[in-house]
Ligand binder design. Structure first.
Ligand SMILES: *Cc1c(COP(=O)(O)O)cnc(C)c1O
Length: 358
């Protein structure tokens, strides 16, 4: 045992997980080993869904590997990147003892998964400088070392800040924490960013894991498909911790359709349109009355500070526009997070807010 596997919970290093009927590699043409129904459901005429699905179908893994430009063995598909977060916490943190480091304000699921697992949540807050929110990488490293944290969750582009993290800082952190922590880079919004992905660092840093999802840029939040991408041995450990049949067959079908070349081309067009609308909305919002600050964004949303965020939230709601209230997050007491919509939806936001001053 060496390298990144030393970071896995000692009691799970040789854990085989559940051996489902699908994991046994045997040949045959009469399959009577999984207690599936002999007859199709009357509403499923083709019998497409009669059998348990392959836990990680090879065609799906190949598609996702091609999409992200990595080897298939580096890819674990799961029920959204939320499942990746949960698997990482469970595989790396000893229940009731382990710790994770997060950089608030950040995505809420890291702390939720840690809490459900009895792991401590150590905070190394983002710092606000002239250009926006930045990660204090030195503080992150010190906290990980001082608290013996097995996991560091970075979010790039950040939710809710919209700011990307510099790759060289991520690489330096992964280096420094090589014997201490797995550094996770959650890239849920990477498609909307102009900066390169941390996927390019994987070859050099076995303790780096990148999370990607089809929920945002690919418009498939309802399908629940996300991936963890990292060192092959670590990915294999996560797979053994996963549920026996984690990917529903209709979802596998939807992902295969969505990763077809022509569909991907259309997806890229949609992303470009969202980026153009993001720029238009940001410029217009910066001029709107009552808006204190619009942060630069590499994602499909804008973080906006208001003179009176309560009034802005209420005004938008009265106009039928629901945005995310960030006021409960420390350092964001006057902020709202607004997802970039269609041009018509963004116009609704703008006309409602222009009315605030009227
Ligand atoms: C939306 C979001 C996710 C969730 O992705 P799923 O694949 O839908 O689970 C993960 N991380 C961040 C930062 C997000 O904003």
């Amino acid at each position: 045992m060496s390298g990144v596997l030393d970071l896995v919970r000692a009691d799970l290093r040789d854990f085989a997980g559940y051996r489902s009927a699908r994991t046994e590699r045997v040949q045959g043409d009469v399959w009577l080993n999984a207690n599936e129904s002999a007859r199709a459901n009357a509403g499923d005429a083709e019998g497409a869904y009669r059998r348990y699905p392959d836990p990680q179908p090879e065609p799906l893994r190949e598609r996702l590997a091609a999409l992200y430009g990595v080897r298939a063995a580096r890819v674990l598909a799961g029920r959204g990147s939320d499942e990746g977060i949960d698997l990482l916490v469970r595989a790396l943190c000893v229940p009731g003892h382990g710790a994770i480091v997060i950089t608030p304000p950040t995505f809420g699921m890291y702390a939720v998964c840690a809490r459900l697992h009895g792991a401590r949540v150590v905070e190394a807050p983002l710092v606000e400088r002239g250009e926006g929110f930045q990660c204090d990488f030195t503080a992150v490293a010190r906290k990980a070392e001082a608290e013996n944290a097995r996991l560091v969750f970075l979010c790039s582009p950040g939710n809710p800040t919209g700011a990307s993290l510099p790759l060289e800082s991520i690489a330096a952190l992964a280096c420094r924490l090589e014997r201490q922590s797995v550094v996770v880079v959650d890239e849920a919004y990477q498609e909307f960013a102009s900066t390169p992905s941390a996927l390019t660092l994987l070859d050099r840093h076995p303790n780096l894991v990148v999370l990607r999802t089809l929920s945002k840029a690919h418009a498939l939040a309802g399908v629940r498909l996300g991936v963890a991408i990292g060192n092959e041995a670590l990915i294999e450990v996560l797979r053994r911790c996963q549920a026996p049949y984690p990917l529903p067959a209709p979802c596998i079908d939807a992902v295969m359709r969505a990763t077809d070349a022509a569909v991907l081309e259309a997806t890229r067009g949609g992303v470009a349109a969202t980026i153009a609308e993001r720029t238009r909305l940001a410029v217009a919002l910066a001029d709107a009355p009552g808006v204190r600050r619009v942060y630069p964004s590499d994602a499909n949303f804008l973080l906006v500070r208001f003179d009176d965020a309560d009034a802005a939230f209420a005004t938008l709601l009265a106009a039928g526009v629901v945005v995310r209230d960030m006021r409960a997050q420390a350092a964001l007491g006057d902020a709202l997070r607004i997802t970039v919509g269609t041009a018509a939806q963004n116009d609704r936001v703008l006309s409602a807010l222009t009315g605030v001053a009227a």
